[in-house]
Design a protein around this ligand. Structure first.
Ligand SMILES: Nc1ncnc2c1ncn2[C@@H]1O[C@H](COP(=O)(O)OP(=O)(O)O)[C@@H](O)[C@H]1O
Ligand SMILES: [Mg+2]
Length: 572
């Protein structure tokens, strides 16, 4: 660590102002010394010989005149085998280990190494001496869970280098040297499995970015069929408290067609996060039958933890996602909630006394949100394979009002908008994604024509519903009433999906296509009911049949029997 020191001249909550006489860099890590402990902080503004620092911990007791040590390093995280299954805080402290060491009241100024430095990993070299390499080229691999964790060249080398030597097949710790590379000028660099990367800089040691066109099946019908998300794309889930944002993220993390899931529990109430932490290890992975945690990483920063680390936590999460993307994997990153992250930005900006933008959020809120979501994407790697980071963040606007700055800034940059409505969640129509508010720019994997038809019908049905609220059922024409019944049927039989039903919680694309086609045939049909009551009971029965059908095991006997009943019903 460098010996640069400074002296505190002001303390304002988590913000300290430090006077120094050397040089200090923006986003550099520093430590405020208090007694025997050192509180981690980040430089967030430098002006003349003064720097403003955001302390990641409670600043109680810090006073003017106290010493601050500057590290000379940007706020960084450690990348190496061993990240999977871990639960970290926003600064990559391993939480279970920290709890073991400190008890459940975390001590301030206590930091633990993020990864196990003693564990030995089975390394198999891939590169040979003489091979030409670039930043992020693969040197070898170690098995980590169900994946091969690729060991790459450092991400910050520029141009072409050559491999000088690579370790033999064997077991090594993440701190042992596993290769030496040499630049064209003859500089040598030793390579370990462990490396650091500054979280606020995108990890782009790949060949090129590609357009996100392949669907990322979530197995949630309303998403995949109506508002699809592409692999490497971005989406957001805005919704009021209790509308089902967290539940939706959980089912997605379980069933989405991705390799690795990174959850950033950001600023939500401690109780809710604890629930996530408790539930997750118990969930089984539909792909492997083992624990879902085996291919998950949780970054957790509750509302009771210092707000400064919350700002860092989403960057920590996305940097880990980018790291695994460089191994050719598909990563899904789920921040919950980005509104709490934005609140941290607002707090920081307020302390810096910057000129506030709308609702006191910093004026640069939009550009911060945009540059965060830009870190998603599909990329082509040096070896020709591709990897992806998909980001699906929740937004929790107060009162569910989407006209607020965070929702507005987010919807400008994401590719799909899955707006949850209070009305739907109150009616327990889950997932409460509102078909009239939501949209997606990504290509659809199911029959586009059928979806377009269903969407326009939903729109008409919604109009009839509004009208019916005024004129009542009696005042509604039978044709309009049938449109309304059709949309109610579509909603109940297809759009709604029970996250807690063993079978209904997931629905493969193949099955979605099959069922949607059936529904389409019903929606297309002209019915000439003479009586509203007869029409209603017909659709009620049909809905019931579909509800029983949908949760049946796909292609089971049960499914076929239910299908026969549906067909008979349609003939009658
Ligand atoms: N897809 C779903 N299926 C069934 N119930 C759901 C679903 N989504 C949400 N719920 C219900 O709504 C409650 C609140 O959801 P939650 O995700 O915690 O809301 P939020 O994160 O938006 O505050 C859940 O505890 C559950 O009872
Ligand atoms: Mg929640």
């Amino acid at each position: 660590m460098s010996q640069k020191k400074g002296r505190i001249v002001a303390v304002n909550g988590n913000m300290i102002t430090v006077e120094f006489d050397t040089s200090v860099i923006q986003n550099e890590v520093a430590y405020a010394v208090i007694g025997d402990s050192k509180l981690k902080a980040e430089v967030i503004r430098v002006r003349g010989n003064r720097a403003d620092l955001q302390v990641f911990e409670d600043t109680r007791g810090l006073t003017v005149g106290d010493i601050t040590e500057f590290s000379g390093e940007l706020l960084s995280i450690e990348l190496a085998p061993g990240l999977l299954t871990k639960v970290f805080d926003g600064l990559q402290n391993p939480l279970p280990e920290l709890a073991e060491e400190c008890g459940f009241f975390l001590q301030r100024g206590k930091y633990l190494p993020a990864l196990d430095v003693e564990k030995k990993w089975d390394f198999t070299p891939v590169a040979k001496p003489g091979d030409e390499v670039f930043a992020g080229s693969i040197l070898g691999s170690v098995p980590e869970g169900i994946f091969q964790h690729k060991i790459m060249t450092p991400f910050d080398i520029s141009g072409q280098w050559k491999v000088k030597s690579v370790a033999e097949k064997g077991t090594y710790t993440i701190e042992e040297i596993i290769a030496v590379i040499v630049s064209q000028k003859g500089e040598e660099q030793e390579v370990k499995m462990l490396r650091k990367w500054p979280v606020k800089i995108a990890l782009n040691a790949y060949e090129e970015r590609l357009r996100p066109l392949d669907p990322m099946a979530t197995q949630c019908r309303i998403i995949d069929s109506f508002f699809p998300v592409s692999r490497g794309g971005t989406y957001c889930i805005p919704g009021p408290f209790g509308a089902g944002k967290t539940v939706l993220q959980q089912v997605t993390s379980r069933f989405a067609d991705v390799d690795i899931v990174i959850i950033a529990a950001c600023g939500e109430r401690a109780g809710e996060v604890v629930e996530t932490l408790r539930e997750f290890p118990e969930l089984d992975d539909p792909r492997t039958g083992k624990s879902l945690m085996d291919r998950t990483i949780i970054i957790c920063n509750t509302s009771s933890m210092p707000v400064a680390a919350r700002e860092a936590s989403v960057y920590t999460a996305v940097t880990i996602a980018e790291y695994y993307r460089l191994m050719g994997l598909n990563v899904l990153m789920l921040p919950d909630s980005t509104s709490r992250w934005a609140q941290a930005l607002r707090e920081m900006s307020g302390r810096l006394e910057e000129i506030p933008g709308e609702e006191a959020f910093p004026a640069y809120l939009e550009s911060i949100i945009a540059s965060f979501y830009e870190r998603a994407g599909v990329v082509r790697l040096h070896d020709g394979s591709t990897g992806a980071v998909t980001i699906g963040g929740t937004v929790s606007p107060a009162g569910g009002n989407f006209e607020e700055p965070v929702t507005q800034a987010t919807l400008k940059v994401v590719g799909a908008f899955l707006g949850l409505s209070r009305e739907r969640s109150d009616a327990r129509r889950f997932p409460a994604i509102d078909p009239s508010e939501s949209w997606s720019k990504y290509p659809n994997a199911v029959n586009e024509e059928q979806v377009t038809f269903a969407k326009s019908l939903l729109k008409k049905g919604n109009e009839v519903d509004q009208m019916m609220k005024v004129v009542g059922e009696e005042g509604t024409a039978i044709d309009d009433f049938i449109i309304y019944l059709k949309t109610e049927f579509l909603d109940a039989a297809y759009l709604q999906q029970d996250a807690f039903d063993v079978v209904d919680s997931s629905c493969s694309l193949e099955r979605q296509k099959y069922v949607l086609n059936k529904i389409y045939n019903i929606l297309k049909k002209e019915f000439d009911f003479q009586d509203k009551n007869i029409a209603r009971s017909y659709f009620l029965e049909l809905t019931q049949l579909f509800k029983n059908w949908n949760p049946c095991e796909w292609q089971s006997e049960e499914f076929k029997t239910a299908e026969q009943k549906v067909d008979e019903k349609l003939k009658s």
